[in-house]
Design a protein around this ligand. Sequence first.
Ligand code: SF4
Ligand code: SF4
Length: 190
Amino acid sequence: MSKGFWRYLALWRARFPRRRSLRWRGSWLQNDYCRDCRFCCGPQDSGDPFYMALLPEQIRPNLSEDFYLFDRATAFMDARGCKAATERGCRLERVRRPPACGIFPLVLANGCLYLYKICPAVLLTPIAAFAEIGLEAARRLAGLRVEDARHISLGLSVETLARSYISLDIRIFDEKGMVECPPLEKRETD
Ligand code: SF4
Ligand code: SF4
């Protein structure tokens, strides 16, 4: 993401004068900003690949018809966008989409959940509301095998996290394995 935070904030404020709803749907995030945004499936303003690893059960023949592939289990998108994107949105059934797509703008990176900073839903929604959605997503991710969670987790540098992400302080796994995610009311405050 090379354009600045303030530029996106002004853009999204003009495009979305009213807040829209976000709802966790059991296994994916319904985000009512997406239909008038479509930013994250189309051509990106950075040439850097955004990796979207697949779960073992999602690996299928002719995967390259749907995705640019880094390896047989990892799709990516870049300045060309995603191969599965159409003018009407994603042409794939949800179960065929990489796990990252179902939770975005929540992002699993380095074992923890972050928000992708310049998404309009992130910029225009109170962080407390997103924190609760983050916990819902965490409960879903907690059902993964640790090797799958590690596979779909991005490895991002401290600099990239500081530039483009907001930490939700929710850990999904660590070096020992999956981390139990407590309900919101039982979480300790720092
Ligand atoms: S940037 Fe956010 S609102 Fe826009 S399409 Fe992606 S997830 Fe949806
Ligand atoms: S698989 Fe679908 S939802 Fe995911 S990035 Fe590609 S077009 Fe978007």
